[in-house]
Design a protein around this ligand. Structure first.
Ligand SMILES: [Zn+2]
Length: 265
């Protein structure tokens, strides 16, 4: 699932490939945007907040997208293979004379006035990837959450940008039980958890693949996430996975039952 670091990568790539030149291609394959023509406008900047991407245009409008569960952006030369452009998963194609940016399986696409962007993100907690990240505010929101710490971290209204990968990795590194009530985790524990997660997510921006261990090789890039039944890197216990969250909103939470003191296993 795309998380804050993945969204930041997409943000930088979109700006690099599109900004500064008029759009010659703008196909919006989204029911509410049918008939909208953005050709001739120019991408000024691309911003990210949590898992939201904001593509700002020089006509005062922002194209807002969200990667949701498995969205991604691909970049191809206009003269290159057209397979990705015409994929059934393609929701948007933005292009200049040099590049086509293709948004696949996006979970959200809409146009808002740039001056109204704040209405899209007003409900979110502090963005963990932001330069001016407010850790204190995030800790206050997490501790006030009535649920487990695992769910609190995934709830974007407490803290924006964390998904199942980073929640599982941070809780393991800080030896916290994902099923512990959020209000029972101390402010110091949350501070250490958030600062490790933020630091490691920022470091992951410069590595070839998402990694929490510092190793970019597939299979070695995580401590617990995606490692069901494999030996814990710390104690050797088989890594477990269980669903966390309310019915219909459950998500997989990988963990080491021993290191994290998870009694339910
Ligand atoms: Zn362990």
């Amino acid at each position: 699932m795309p998380e804050g670091d993945t969204v930041r990568r997409a943000c930088a790539q979109l700006e690099h490939h599109l900004a500064g030149q008029p759009l010659t291609v703008a196909e919006l394959r989204w029911p509410t945007l049918a008939g909208t023509d953005l050709r001739g406008t120019t991408v000024v900047t691309v911003a990210a907040y949590g898992k939201h991407l904001l593509i700002r245009l020089d006509n005062g409008w922002t194209l807002h997208t969200h990667l949701r569960m498995d969205g991604r952006w691909a970049f191809v030369a206009p003269s290159g293979p057209s397979k990705v452009r015409y994929s059934p998963q393609t929701r948007v194609v933005l292009g200049t004379s040099e590049w086509l940016a293709v948004g696949l399986s996006l979970g959200m696409l809409d146009l808002v006035r740039t001056r109204d962007e704040h209405t899209l993100i007003a409900h979110l907690g502090p963005d963990i990837m932001a330069d001016d990240f407010d850790a204190e505010e995030a800790i206050t929101r997490l501790r006030a959450f009535s649920g487990t710490i695992g769910v609190a971290l995934l709830d974007q209204t407490n803290l924006a940008g964390i998904g199942t990968f980073w929640a599982a990795e941070g809780l393991f590194v800080r030896r916290l039980d994902p099923w512990r009530p959020a209000g029972e985790v101390t402010a110091d524990q949350l501070d250490a958890l958030i600062s490790w997660t933020r630091r490691t997510m920022l470091a992951a921006l410069t590595t070839p693949i998402q990694t929490s261990t510092g190793v970019s090789a597939p299979g070695r890039n995580s401590y617990v996430h995606g490692r069901h039944r494999q030996a814990c890197r710390r104690c050797g216990t088989p890594i477990a996975v269980a669903q966390i969250g309310p019915p219909t909103k459950e998500r997989p939470m990988f963990h080491c039952p021993r290191c994290q003191g998870v009694a339910r296993d």
